[in-house]
Design a protein around this ligand. Structure first.
Ligand code: IPE
Ligand code: IPE
Ligand code: MG
Length: 246
């Protein structure tokens, strides 16, 4: 896979984990005097392309913020559209995931999702469980504060049961109770649409992530721009608080 990287890329400096806040579908549609639904439809095509490019570039983990806990407060009709688009996406990507060794994962308050969405997700997650090429994590009904609260609750319960010692509680203990347990932290976060905020996304995991904010609306986000961002990432100097060459 890596042997086919485009010129100018080296496998060692490809991020292991890319996370994306896919934003701007509504504004894309509004600009064209179309219903927001059209923006979400076009946006799901972008998702398809980004998944493909990520796999081709040898990225091991791709995490996509597709629906936040706060997004439940959108009009019912928009939420319903997003849920049916998600089912359509899963149906159309299933084959691609099976063929390309992609493992599907989903994180968030999944029990709030409609039954049909949940069962589609579960079926594909089971079918792709043995795949080793790339982990595609859909963040659905996801909110970092809820995630952290749930982790702290789980830790507190274990402390109460005597299974964890509060005195020696470590970062690893807490990280191990997050939805992302077992996954490396994102190396690169991309947010489209020009908004420069996290909107409750991976507050713990992004502590040392490189951020890229693009003004492009998600439906217009192209493979070319994605590759440019990946190229730019290669130039970043990640010091993690240390002094270089010390
Ligand atoms: C991102 O696009 C998709 C979701 C949040 C589900 P938006 O729907 O937020 O589009 P804008 O931000 O209103 O343009
Ligand atoms: C963040 O986008 C959530 C997703 C992309 C799924 P929003 O559009 O919901 O965020 P805000 O409201 O602009 O902060
Ligand atoms: Mg938005």
């Amino acid at each position: 896979m890596n042997s086919e990287l485009p010129e100018g890329f080296s496998a060692e400096s490809i991020p292991v984990h890319v996370a994306i806040i896919m934003d701007g579908n509504g504004r894309w549609a509004k600009k064209r005097l179309m219903n927001r639904v059209k923006g979400h439809e076009k946006g799901s095509e972008t998702v398809r392309n980004v998944v493909r490019t990520s796999r081709e570039m040898g990225i091991s983990y791709l995490s996509l913020y597709a629906f936040s806990t706060e997004n439940w407060d959108r009009p019912k009709s928009e939420v319903a559209t997003l849920m049916s688009l998600l089912r359509r996406f899963l149906a159309s990507e299933r084959e691609e995931m099976l063929e390309n060794n992609i493992r599907l994962n989903a994180i968030g308050e999944l029990d709030r999702l409609p039954d049909k969405v949940r069962s589609d997700l579960e079926n594909i997650m089971v079918e792709t469980a043995g795949n080793t090429g790339m982990v595609l994590t859909l963040c659905l009904s996801y909110g970092a504060r809820d995630e952290l609260t749930a982790a702290m609750r789980a830790v507190a319960i274990k402390v109460g049961q005597g299974l964890l010692n509060p005195e020696s509680l470590s970062q690893e203990d807490l990280a191990g109770h997050l939805y992302t347990a077992g996954m490396p932290d994102p190396d690169l976060l991309i947010r489209t649409s020009g908004e420069m905020r996290l909107s409750n996304f991976m507050l713990w995991q992004l502590a040392y992530t490189e951020f890229v904010f693009s003004p492009t609306l998600w439906p217009d986000f192209s493979e070319q721009e994605y590759l440019e961002i990946l190229k730019g990432y290669q130039e970043r100097d990640r010091r993690f608080g240390k002094v270089k060459d010390a």
